[in-house]
Ligand binder design. Structure first.
Ligand code: PAF
Length: 282
């Protein structure tokens, strides 16, 4: 495995790969890698001749300076894991390398980019689109792999790819959970022992709501999930939205549409750590 800090050096290596007719898979990450990322990399390795993993904490997608400052950075451990998973190239650029000049492009794809995370983290998806589109231009992957944990992010990236006409297959990979149900996330490493102990109640409440929803309205199910989570000291729901899985707009009735997803963001603990998760009702 080769780790590049310079974009041009990775591009030279990829030029040779393409000349040899090799397909290229890309796994964009912000590092602090865990089993969720490893599953994306393993899938890319299985489906492409060459896998590139980017490790870059993208400043333009953080709307909170402290969140950016505290984001875990563990490049050495990340590279050990990536090597084990069979990645061939890692791109770990500096901010100046990734953004030689400020990225002034503005991406908005309403409603998918403006609801939920889009409304609560202004500018977040704009930054995600800036960095992911740059990575697509740099690597020119045949396929790019994203985890379903960031379910709304995938919808936004698909909208961006359609808008820019980029020729890349977006591969959605299943969420990876710890044995107690907590969705794997780089932010989990920031949880204290007590916070880690209460965090699985988020998915527990979502799972409980699957059977509750069978005999209750959308509003009752919404309120049940919020109350169940908020009743646990240290957990505080920022929002829970039950939405049409395609438009991401709120639904009022279970018969409104064929694909329904409940998306939640919860503050955990004193710091607090912001955790997201979702559940598919149908
Ligand atoms: O999901 C993430 O880790 C980030 O949003 C991504 C896609 C790597 C862009 O920085």
């Amino acid at each position: 495995m080769i780790v590049f800090n310079k974009i041009a050096e990775l591009q030279n290596a990829l030029f040779e790969e393409r000349k040899a007719g090799h397909s290229v898979g890309l796994v964009p990450t912000m590092g602090a890698l865990h089993e969720g990322h490893a599953s994306l990399v393993r899938r890319s390795v299985a489906e492409n001749d060459v896998t590139v993993v980017s490790v870059f904490v993208n400043p333009t997608q953080f709307n909170d300076k402290n969140d950016l400052k505290n984001y875990p950075r563990t490049l050495d451990a990340d590279c050990d894991l990536l090597d084990e998973c069979g990645a061939k190239y890692v791109l770990a650029p500096s901010v100046e390398e990734m953004y030689p000049t400020p990225d002034t492009r503005h991406f908005e794809f309403p409603p998918v980019s403006t609801v939920m995370e889009g409304a609560h983290r202004p500018g977040h998806f704009n930054g995600v689109c800036q960095v992911v589109s740059r990575l697509f231009y740099i690597v020119k992957p045949d396929r790019a792999y994203f985890g379903e944990k960031d379910w709304q992010q995938i919808a936004v990236i698909k909208a961006m790819v359609r808008h820019l006409g980029i020729d890349v297959e977006i591969v959605e990979c299943e969420i990876v959970r710890d044995s107690d149900g907590l969705a794997r996330s780089s932010r989990n490493t920031l949880l204290s022992q007590e916070e880690r102990a209460i965090a699985p109640n988020i998915f527990k409440a979502l799972k409980n709501s699957l059977s509750f929803a069978k005999s209750h309205s959308v509003k009752e199910t919404h309120d049940q999930v919020v109350n169940e989570i908020n009743s646990i000291e240290g957990l505080d729901v920022e929002y829970f939205s039950i939405v049409d899985g395609n438009t991401l707009l709120d639904i009022n009735d279970w018969n409104d549409t064929e694909h329904i997803v409940g998306c939640i963001t919860v503050y955990c603990g004193k710091t607090p750590i912001r955790l997201i998760d979702h559940i598919k009702y149908k």
